[in-house]
Design a protein around this ligand. Sequence first.
Ligand code: CP
Length: 294
Amino acid sequence: MSKHLLDFKDTEKKDIEKLIDITGKINPEKVNKISSISLLKFDEPSTRTRLSFSVAAYRLGIKTFESSDLSSAKIKGESLKHEIETYKAMGIESIVIRTKEDNLNEYREFKDISVISGGFGTSSHPTQAILDATTLDKFNKLDKDIPVAYIGDVKHSRVFESGRELFASLGKKVGVFTHESFLPDDLTNIEVLNSWDEVFESTEAIELLRVQKERIENLKDSNLEEYINNYQLTDEILDKSSEGFVVLHPMPMNVGIEISEKASTHEKFKYREQLSFGVPSRIASYMYVMENYD
Ligand code: CP
């Protein structure tokens, strides 16, 4: 029976805590070698996720093959079932998928092959949520009632969606501060915040999200300007936050939109520390699906 890491709907609290714990502790030089084959299938651009899965596999001794010709099976009318059977017949034991589709449930049923989400549509990016939570843990924010507030295009964000699920499993709410057009339809487990003051009163960490122009229909320059005027993080705003306040960003960041030039070099902006957990999070995820992480 294969394990998947598609989202956190079937993941127990103890497993999430373990994933965060392992990601924070792993010394990639010392991990045991695992003999396995993994297919990286990315049909959307990726710098960090694709590379960190490759590096994580290398550290673990997993052989990876890459496929970017994602939709060819579909174009030829092949079902997902037959496509996956083909991979299994070639000895592939896990697949890391990034896709614009939100068809996670189609993958849940597959046995004898593990599927890890490297980003599905607007619905899941669990390995990003694990590295975000690990970063928050390192800065002692994970035990707060609201460990983090998301600022930006929450509606179209799979980083937010997996974060909300992960923190809900840990018994936590997440904050959201954004324009009403960027609020998700489902407000479960969210504390909607209405000003930067409310953000700073409610939490000690924020995660900025990119305005995903590619996913927004009819985005006008005037909308973007209004967004920048009201929600862009500037150094003046950041200076009002508490001493240990932490700013995260899953990247890529658009300086001049969600963050100002000056704020992007502010000492409270911890994106480098966050990036450093990219490979450990993917190592922990491979180990999780292979049940090799005790
Ligand atoms: N954070 C993230 O998913 O980055 P990439 O799109 O570069 O993988």
